[in-house]
Design a binder for this molecule. Sequence first.
Ligand code: FE2
Length: 332
Amino acid sequence: MSRSTAGETKGSTAGEAKGSTAGETKGSTADHTNSSRPIALAAETLAFFPLADVARELEARDEYRRSGVAGITLVRDEQLTLMLVALRQGAVMREHRAPSAGSVVLLSGTVGFVAGDDGPETALTAGSLAVFSADLAHAVHARDDARYLVVIGGRSRPPDGVVAGGSGVTGSDASLDAAATVSELLGSDHRQIDEILVEAKRGSAAGDAPRAADRLREFQRGLLRHMVAEEEVLFPALETSTGGRAGGPISVMRHEHTEMRRLIEDLVATLTRGDTEDATRRFGELTALLFAHNGKEERILYPMADNAAQADGSLSALLAKLREALRADAER
Ligand SMILES: [Fe+2]
């Protein structure tokens, strides 16, 4: 963990980055626009990327609509890794470290670049460059819709991890697809949602009402989507497959969902007033309810659903429906 050179500088290489988004075309470029696979550099590789087009494609993805974060690795090589990242206003690339020295070039929008655990936040605007040494912990907060290029040199340890693993995005496609049971699917969704709540609480405890409200809304979107998936898919399936035996626990869960919706609405209003002191107390109340609720689901309800669905052969259909619901836009 070398923290030698503090890499929280703000440069201004205006023009250069913008120029490269213009989208020159030549031979291979079209491939790169739609390909999700990074190119590997060979002896005489010469490639061109229409970055503006690639960014638009990222912003049209479900994961971006859902979480506000999307990234693609453009080039992966022993010596070089290049990624394009799109962040929606309010989205956060949580603290992570790159395996080698690297840089972030802002193409559009504004982000706050935070070095270390509690380092100062430096604003980067289009044309700014941040350079950091290997293993320097850093996070990126989108102050408005932003696009940036990440350039990492040297060892190319999991570049995708920097984007996907580091972002802590809710309902990331990879984690949804990897789950083989209801317990895994909804349990991992709980954890991703919880992480956003932690960020919201941290903002409130620090007296930063706008940041806390922003993270709370992201948490709200994630939790609503999760609850709707349970109410409209899981609970009815469970009621059917258990012949009504699960009716009692399910009605408790539904009641707690209503309670959580109310607590979150109150919290949003409290933070909108800027009252972080009252918000911090309410966060405690919400966390206690959420913790108890999730525990009951994970210990009792999800295993019950897995057993019942495995017994009647409906597990894969149930998982497919739940995934679809978790990917839908949350409106309730
Ligand atoms: Fe629930």
